[in-house]
Design a protein around this ligand. Structure first.
Ligand code: SF4
Length: 469
């Protein structure tokens, strides 16, 4: 077994043994999935909207270069400065150079998965610039020194009691309350001063509009607005796949995003940023920089996993995923968890680093059924498994097991004999020592019950059914 696979298994075992995580996951993912079902049912023709969303993204990806050039032209005309970064290192360097150019000591940040992806906080800290997360969930995990465990609810794995204890350690005047209202008030008191002290505000962008050169943020706390309105400089960092041609296209995707992410008709705050503050504006930054980041996206564009670039980071796939629901986000090992992470992590960081992720899937297909832009996640996970097999990344025991199974499955008489003998042996072992105690299935039975051999096999039941017809 590779070191990556061993590390993944260790994280999974730890997650499965964590009862607090189990409760948090069941409560949160179930709630979000239920809300999504309700608003989708009330939408009218949601399936048609999904088709349109997929088509908008596909059309944009097919003409990506033209739309990016149009975006740069229109954003520049509106007074923004557009930067291009091919790698995560380049993106970090651009952001730090801008911060240094205005002698920034602190920056406020609103939630950005791209920021997590490129490790912007660690880079800022290393450069002597203090990043302060302003989204409540991100604020919690920043204090805890953790990665997000869900792309929409980054601190989903934490209980109120854990958050209260964390705030008591880090906030200046936190009283040990565990009511959500009090926790929010404590975070608000703590972060509010940071908005006024920050020299630079950094946001992500949910969408970039080619026809206007605008960047869009979508939040439920209003923190992006304070992050961008108060400091002298606003930096928006965005993957190049965030581009859409028109405002009308963005509106359709926004409706899909709000329903799929939080089960609401529209997010609380949707803000378009087109250029910096203009003469007569009452607030807004003096300078607006937009950093367009590739970081492997053009590799995806030309390959078998291109559809993944349609992703609008709604998180619906993880809310429906039984594997995510059991192990949570941290077990996936990188910033993107769940089904979308099981595809994005190997395709962006390399299969040798994350070969176990495509295997951590039951292939039930629910993720693809809820994806608002119809990304065929299960199909991609199957393809990644095949890639891993071809690259020799599948453990020897699994390879041998599959070969034996294939040899039996293609010889019906042999298959019948082998399953009959196997059933007899399993029954005998269960009587004598108990199936759970067999050494070669301990990996399975450590956290689950071993299935007992059925009294009658499927083939026998099928034969009887056919006879009765
Ligand atoms: S893959 Fe689809 S469902 Fe999952 S986060 Fe992306 S858009 Fe949402």
């Amino acid at each position: 077994m590779s070191a990556a696979e061993t590390a993944f298994r260790k994280r999974v075992v730890e997650a499965l043994a964590d009862p607090v995580l189990d409760t948090a996951l069941a409560r949160t993912t179930g709630l979000l999935a239920g809300r999504r079902r309700d608003v989708v049912a009330a939408f009218g023709d949601f399936e048609r909207a999904r088709d349109e969303g997929r088509d908008i993204k596909d059309h944009t990806l097919a003409n990506l270069e033209a739309y990016l050039v149009a975006f740069e032209r229109n954003a520049t005309a509106a007074g923004a400065v557009v930067h291009w970064a091919e790698t995560a290192e380049e993106a970090r360097a651009v952001v730090i150079d801008i911060c240094r150019s205005v002698d920034a000591k602190t920056v406020t940040k609103s939630k950005s998965m791209l920021g997590e992806e490129i490790g912007i906080n660690a880079a800022l800290e290393a450069a002597g610039i203090r990043p302060i997360e302003t989204d409540l969930g991100e604020h919690i995990i920043q204090l805890a020194g953790e990665m997000p465990s869900h792309i929409i609810m980054p601190a989903l794995h934490k209980t109120r009691e854990e958050v209260s204890a964390l705030f008591a350690r880090h906030h200046r005047d936190h009283v040990a309350h565990t009511e959500v209202r009090d926790l929010v008030a404590s975070a608000r008191r703590e972060i509010r001063d940071a908005y006024f002290a920050a020299d630079v505000g950094i946001t992500g962008a949910n969408f970039l509009i080619a026809e206007t050169g605008s960047a869009i943020t979508v939040t439920n706390e209003g923190n992006a607005e304070l992050t961008t309105a108060l400091p002298r400089v606003h930096i928006a960092i965005a993957g190049i796949e965030k581009i859409v041609p028109t405002l009308a296209d963005m509106t359709l995707l926004l409706r899909l995003l709000a329903r799929s992410a939080l089960g609401v008709d529209l997010a609380q705050y949707v803000t378009l940023y087109t250029g910096p503050r203009r003469a007569g504006d009452r607030d807004g930054p003096e300078a607006f920089h937009i950093v367009l980041v590739d970081h492997k996206r053009t590799d995806l564009l030309g390959g078998a996993y291109r559809d993944m670039l349609r992703c609008i980071r709604c998180g619906a796939c993880m809310n429906e995923c039984p594997v995510f629901g059991a192990i949570g986000g941290h077990a996936y090992g990188w910033v993107y968890p769940g089904p979308m992470g099981a595809v994005l992590t190997p395709t962006m960081l390399g299969l040798d680093w994350s070969s176990a992720l495509p295997g951590a899937c039951t292939l039930n297909g629910r993720c693809a059924e809820v994806c608002p832009v119809r990304i065929p996640l299960a199909k991609m996970l199957r393809r990644l498994r095949a890639d891993g097999w071809r690259a020799g990344l599948v453990p020897l025991s699994t390879r041998l097991g599959v070969r034996v199974w294939a040899a039996l499955a293609t010889r019906p008489a042999l298959y019948r004999a082998a399953t009959a003998i196997g059933t007899l042996l399993a029954r005998a072992a269960d009587r004598v020592v108990g199936l759970e105690r067999l050494p070669f299935i301990r990996g399975w039975t450590r956290t689950r019950r071993a299935p007992k051999p059925a009294a009658r096999s499927f083939r026998t039941l099928w034969r009887d059914r056919e006879r009765l017809r």
